[in-house]
Design a protein around this ligand. Structure first.
Ligand code: HEC
Length: 103
């Protein structure tokens, strides 16, 4: 196989891995986050922030800070405590994948 075909193959593989993470994160978000942050990441509860279109690294970082307690919040500390690294990856990729239009 020539080098560029191999490279394209690698890209496609990582794209499909990303898509799996997004679907996994979306299912988890529907079950555990949508009540406050909305099914599409636009918050439905006053006091909860919108997450749609938020930077993936930022969301993942905040979830890890809530999980460790370094970012204190009564609600989010309880919710984040049980999240695995895989769930945090999926959740952050799902929220980052939601397209937000700013005019
Ligand atoms: C009961 C309501 C509720 C649920 C359920 C909930 N959250 Fe939150 N979330 C909040 C509130 C309120 C805040 C603001 C906390 C603060 O001030 O630090 C918040 C903050 C956040 C933030 C920080 C956003 C920022 O701009 O810094 C992230 C990320 C987040 N939540 C993700 C999640 C995820 C992922 C789930 C599901 C696993 C979830 N939340 C479930 C209420 C909720």
């Amino acid at each position: 196989m020539n080098k560029s075909l191999f490279f394209i193959g690698l890209c496609l593989t990582s794209l499909s891995v990303m898509a799996d993470d997004v679907a996994f994160g979306r299912a988890k978000a529907d079950a555990a986050c949508a009540l406050c942050h909305g099914r599409n990441g636009v918050a439905t509860m006053p006091g909860a922030p919108n997450l749609a279109g938020q930077q993936q690294i930022y969301v993942a970082e905040q979830l890890k800070l809530y999980r460790s307690g370094a970012r204190p919040n009564a609600v989010m500390n309880v919710i984040a405590k049980t999240l695995t690294d895989k769930e945090i990856d999926g959740l952050s990729q799902w929220y980052a994948s939601i397209v937000v239009k700013v005019e």
